[in-house]
Ligand binder design. Structure first.
Ligand code: NI
Length: 170
C-alpha cells in the first residue's frame, strides 16, 4: 500500500484518454486499487481516478459517508468502477459545487445531469449496473470525466463561480 502523488492541473497526463482494463482480478489491478484507496483516504477525497496518479486506465473509485469537504451531501457507497459506461436517464441538469484533488484549494459551480445510469465492473470482474441521482450521479460524472481528459473547470459555465474555496463566500 502506498499514498501516491496526485497530478495537478497542467500536467498533460490529466488530459489524455484512459485505456480500458483488459484483465481483472490481477495482482497489478489490486495493487493499483490499494494505492488509489490509500491516496484518496489520505487526502480525504470523495473520489479518485487512476489517471490522477499517473495510470492511464479506466479505473475510478468513489464513496463518502460524512465528508468534511461536502458536509451537506448524502452518502455514496464506496465503489470501484472499471471501464464505465454512463447513460443519461433524462435531460435534466443541476448546478452544484465541485472540487478536485488535482486542483487543490479551488472549487467551481458545475452543471451535471441529475439522473444517470452507470455500468462497468469491479476489480474482480463482477458487473455493476446502477441508476443514481443527485450527488451520487455528480461524483460519478466527475470521476468518469477524468478518464476522458476532462477536468471540472472545463465545465464551469460562469467563471465568476470558480475560485479559491477559502475566499468564496457560498
Ligand atoms: Ni477530480
Amino acid at each position: 500500500m502506498a499514498i501516491k502523488a496526485v497530478l495537478r492541473m497542467g500536467d498533460r497526463r490529466l488530459l489524455e484518454t484512459a485505456a480500458p482494463v483488459v484483465a481483472f482480478d490481477t495482482v497489478e489491478l489490486h495493487e493499483l486499487l490499494q494505492d488509489m484507496r490509500d491516496t484518496m483516504a489520505a487526502l480525504k477525497g470523495v473520489g479518485l481516478a487512476a489517471p490522477q496518479i499517473g495510470v492511464g486506465l479506466q479505473v475510478v473509485i468513489f464513496g463518502v459517508d460524512a465528508n468534511q469537504r461536502y458536509p451537506e451531501a448524502e452518502s455514496v457507497p464506496f465503489t470501484v468502477l472499471i471501464n464505465p459506461v454512463l447513460t443519461l436517464l433524462d435531460e435534466e441538469q443541476e448546478a452544484g459545487w465541485e472540487g478536485c484533488l488535482s486542483i487543490p484549494g479551488m472549487r467551481g459551480l458545475v452543471p451535471r445531469h441529475k439522473r444517470m445510469r452507470y455500468e462497468g465492473f469491479d476489480q474482480s470482474g463482477n458487473r455493476i449496473d446502477r441508476s443514481v441521482s443527485d450527488f451520487h450521479a455528480r461524483v460519478v460524472q466527475h470521476e468518469c470525466d477524468h478518464l476522458r481528459g476532462i477536468l471540472y473547470p472545463m465545465r464551469v459555465k460562469d467563471m465568476r463561480q470558480f475560485g479559491f474555496a477559502d475566499v468564496m463566500d457560498t
